[in-house]
Design a protein around this ligand. Structure first.
Ligand code: URA
Length: 313
């Protein structure tokens, strides 16, 4: 930063949260600039100013956020000696970034890369994950019973899955397209859920991550997230933090006492119509790209396989 900047923007860029929550921090007197409490969010700060929040110094790092459409065959890790390519190599200077969660090598679709560890931690929180929407091409005939089971929860070897939103988009002779939104982050969860109802997944594509969707991004393409989209992502992280009773900044979110599970509404069986219009794996479904994302329910999920990652989702 070489120019004066509004204090609220300075704090948001330093990873202290959305502008709205940084505004609240300032107004409640938690922020000092050069030892003076500042309660005006648009106060200008300079590079040499010393900014503290609740007495802790704030480092105005440059935080970057990218949305990438992962192609098949690319590993969603930072390093993988067995993979031909890793996701961070799709973005210039991507080695300073890390992926928010995982997608299987065979899965395509949206993944966020960032160097904002606080937001990434919130978004990947294993027990209160943000909603993730996938389209799966599955082999076989999708029955109402299978849809009902996927929605209510299927019994996997690591336990019952949480309620999910599931819509049959198209049934052809041998395969079907099904859209599924899950709120957990277990390894290969979507593939295992479909396998459990005898519908092997042939192709899997993630079309939405929390509030972020982009049907126009080509496979292998990326773009930087900024403005309203970034704000929406930060808010999604804050909703997660609120759901678990707050967090210590920069630390994994501390869980509040167990909240009772709040089940998602189960969709009526009448919704199980075959979509009249042909739908492709990469097209948006009934959930329009600009529709508000489903909220993360306050229900317990499962620990992912890898520490610091959100399993395969
Ligand atoms: N679920 C899976 O099975 N695979 C993914 O890549 C993501 C979610």
């Amino acid at each position: 930063m070489s120019q004066p900047m509004n204090l609220v923007i300075y704090l948001a860029r330093a990873g202290l949260g959305s502008r709205r929550s940084c505004d609240d921090l300032i107004r409640r007197g938690a922020v000092t600039v050069n030892d003076e409490v500042v309660t005006f969010p648009r106060e200008k700060v300079m590079p040499e100013d010393v900014v503290l929040v609740d007495g802790e110094p704030v480092e105005a790092r440059e935080l970057r956020y990218f949305l990438v459409n992962k192609p098949r065959g690319v590993a969603s890790t930072r390093r993988d000696p067995h993979a031909e390519r890793v996701i961070v190599d799709l973005v210039p200077n991507g080695r300073i970034l890390f992926p928010v969660g995982r997608l299987d090598v065979d899965t395509t679709g949206l993944i966020i890369l960032t160097n904002d560890g606080v937001l990434a931690n919130r978004l990947m929180h294993p027990r209160y994950g943000v909603p993730k929407t996938y389209v799966a091409r599955v082999r076989g005939k999708v029955t109402r019973r299978a849809l009902g089971a996927l929605r209510q929860g299927v019994d996997l070897e690591d336990g019952l899955t949480a309620p999910a939103e599931v819509n049959l988009k198209k049934q052809s002779a041998k395969t079907a397209l099904v859209e599924i939104t899950i709120h957990e982050g277990r390894k290969r969860q979507v593939r295992r859920m479909f396998a459990a109802v005898d519908l092997p997944v042939e192709e899997l594509h993630r079309r939405r991550y929390g509030p972020i969707a982009d049907k126009g991004l080509e496979p292998g393409g990326y773009r930087e997230l900024a403005g309203d989209e970034l704000e929406a992502l930060r808010r999604a992280g804050e909703e997660v933090a609120v759901a678990v009773g707050g967090e210590v900044e920069g630390q994994p979110i501390l869980l509040a006492a167990e909240a009772p599970p709040a089940a998602e509404p189960i969709r009526a069986a009448a919704d199980e119509r075959v979509a009249e219009k042909a739908t492709d794996l990469h097209e948006p479904g009934r959930e329009a790209a600009d529709a508000p994302p489903p909220r993360a329910p306050d229900e317990p999920g499962r620990e992912p396989d890898g520490a610091g990652s959100a399993g395969s989702v």
